[in-house]
Design a protein around this ligand. Sequence first.
Ligand code: UT7
Length: 343
Amino acid sequence: MPNGCPLSGRKRHERRGTSRMIRSVVRGFGAALPKRVMTNAEMEQVVDTSDDWIVQRSGIRQRYIAGEGETTASLGEQAARAALANAGMTPDDLDLIIVATSTPDNTFPATAVNIQNRLGMHHGFAFDVQAVCTGFVYAVTTADAYIRGGLAKRVLVIGAETFSRILNWTDRTTCVLFGDGAGALILEAGEGTGANTDRGVLTASLRSDGSHKDKLYVDGGPSTTGTVGVLHMAGREVFKHAVGMITDVIQAAFDATGTTPDDLDWLVPHQANRRIIDGSAKKLGIAPEKVVVTVDLHGNTSAASIPLALAVAAGDGRIKKGDLVMLEAMGGGFTWGAVLLRW
Ligand code: UT7
């Protein structure tokens, strides 16, 4: 125990549970996918690849691809409406919208403001966060900070992407991996005691390190090329860092709350690669049956992957009120992070 720290381990966490505090509690969830499903067999017609290679290396069997008229904002709006219906709320009940995306409809205004308008919401405020595949983890953490700081009471948090629009469809090392979609959560201020038994966001651990920029990036932008650009990824390089970074932030969330993998009901990881998901869970001693996997269905949908997975697992009754849920992601930047919440 470091000098000057009056309480350690479990005692410190028990002491934490005696004061009243605001918690950001999940009230609703929703998701939206484009109409078109693209299987690995169809991908074989586009680039020199095979269903076997894609499944073995990534676990992906299909992905959804946005068609004409389907955009990040339109998918985000659909997911938002589903989450509002699930929460029994209307846009009037919200005071903040945060959208995590790297594929906005426009360079500006923010996709969040676009969705705010689509929902007919003309009060409150809205903004985007950009942390690529970790975007939803950053957005939930930001929403939690606004709620606990008293700046918002009900926040709609959306992860929405149309990565199909920034892919190089002749590069087999990337185009087979990504897909489009959107998911949303509604967080509302609730009262907690500070204990781990509270419902709501319990802790978050966020990281970034820009020295890894060249391993996963888009080669365009308003201030450089004046074009949108296409995605580049040194997959093997990203893979090498992924498990270590993910397990570090998850462990930090466990340590901050005095919880362990045994206490966890569900790990809802970013869905990039089945081998990364399995490797991270194994390293931490999280049982495979506690891990929500949707990468086979959706591919890698970047910031949308976690809320899409949450909507699947909460929608089919696996994630229930009171369950302890760990969200984690790692992606371009690099950025990485974890959020521990009680559903
Ligand atoms: O979401 C943001 C974070 N991103 C990630 O977490 C992605 C991390 N990386 C990965 O998931 C994996 O590295 C990949 C799935 C991208 C690739 O798997 P890998 O086991 O690292 O394969 P590799 O890149 O080492 O490529 C192995 C072989 C290469 O051939 P050679 O050099 O061994 O002859 C590639 O050219 O597979 C070849 N290859 C393909 N073959 C068939 C690459 N892409 C394909 C393809 N189909 N689509």
